[in-house]
Design a protein around this ligand. Sequence first.
Ligand code: EPZ
Length: 418
Amino acid sequence: MDKLLITGKKDLKGFIDVHGSKNSSLPILVSSLLNTNTLTLSNIPDVDDTNNMIKLLKGYGAKINSNKNNLNINCENIKNISTDYDIVRKMRASVLILGPLLSRFGFCKISLPGGCAIGTRPIDIHLSGLSKLGVNFFVDRGFVVGEVSKSLLGNKIKLPFPSVGATENILMAAVLARGETIIQNAAKEPEILDLGNCLVSMGAKIEGLGTNKINIQGVNSLQKASHTVIPDRIVAGTFVILSAMLNSEIEVKKINSEHLTSLINVLKKMGVNLKISKNSIKIIPVKKLKSTKVITAPYPGFPTDLQAQLMALMSLVNGTSKIKETIFENRFMHVPELNRLGANIKLNKDIAIIQGNQKFNGAQVMASDLRASVSLVLAALCAKGKTTINRVYHLDRGYEKIEKYLEKIGAQIKRQKS
Ligand code: EPZ
């Protein structure tokens, strides 16, 4: 397993071009299953999750030609096979193939994403929504099997929680369903809007994208289309937080700053001076930053995917900060590792209390999940001495060759292949 070796406290400056959104690319790649014509995509990030999704689709018989961040995908001749545990375990987003395959074939078999029964979590909202469109689900030895007697039928679906994945799954299934589907309490993340815009470019009839009520009129088939994926707002936010931690003029470019409003508001409350344009954000160094309190929430609230990164910044500012995590019940795995680097963070159920004015010192640390891992990279870049981050495969799922991006702005960082 690869490691990252980082020597901190280097003088970092310059600019970073942010790549396309992983969380937009994944559902958009899957949406090609609905189409028998070619979908041309640009700005797809070269990260493990998207590359694994491309492999999964090729396994279904999709014809895919790709070069770096652009690809053509044609799913005219696909065969319907079941998706095994190993793939779903590694990449939850593979659950998104349910909607398109059920819509196309009226049948789908996919492994449950790891040890959770349907009834309680974590795809219950997906399945109950799809059932409203006429799918019968049952569990068969760790697989969930979906069958449609005739064809999917539009319906009114109210989500108990604005689940991003469930909104995407139901939205894709509704596109070819007969009649009208209304999704209420839908997720409003920019990635949903991006998926919806891509579907509309293929000929889908969708209204209300980006709001909590989406209306879909089913169509019989979809056409050839091209689509450019939005910038990755979480990668962008990660690098904006890094520049605030370093108090240096790093410009984060090729972004959509409107997708980062909640982060911008938090950073302004902390005293960060930001120069903001539509497609870039730059930090103007200031004397001292101060603590604040944040609660993660569905979009447009503060994104859970930036919680770990913000925690690293909060460790450096004046005063005690708090973060309440409301989206995932166990998303503080980075805390013990940040504390090993010198942070002083205590947990009280879903609340993290972060002491400020700490100094990071290099150490051996362990990456645990995608965003937890990158918070360790941020801390290591601000730490005195050397840090080794183990299990960087977590990072590679959502950040394109992060060491290349960071070397470009002067970081001393090396990947040790093993
Ligand atoms: C998407 O995950 C993102 N992943 C996550 O990003 C992100 O953290 C999350 O949305 C929230 O914004 C992709 O887009 C590929 P949810 P998703 O369904 O769709 C519970 C990253 O780092 N839930 O909105 O899985 C669930 O357990 C990743 O890029 C159910 O209980 O998120 C969680 O507690 C991490 N039943 C909460 O809802 C369901 O049927 C939010 O889940 C579905 C979800």
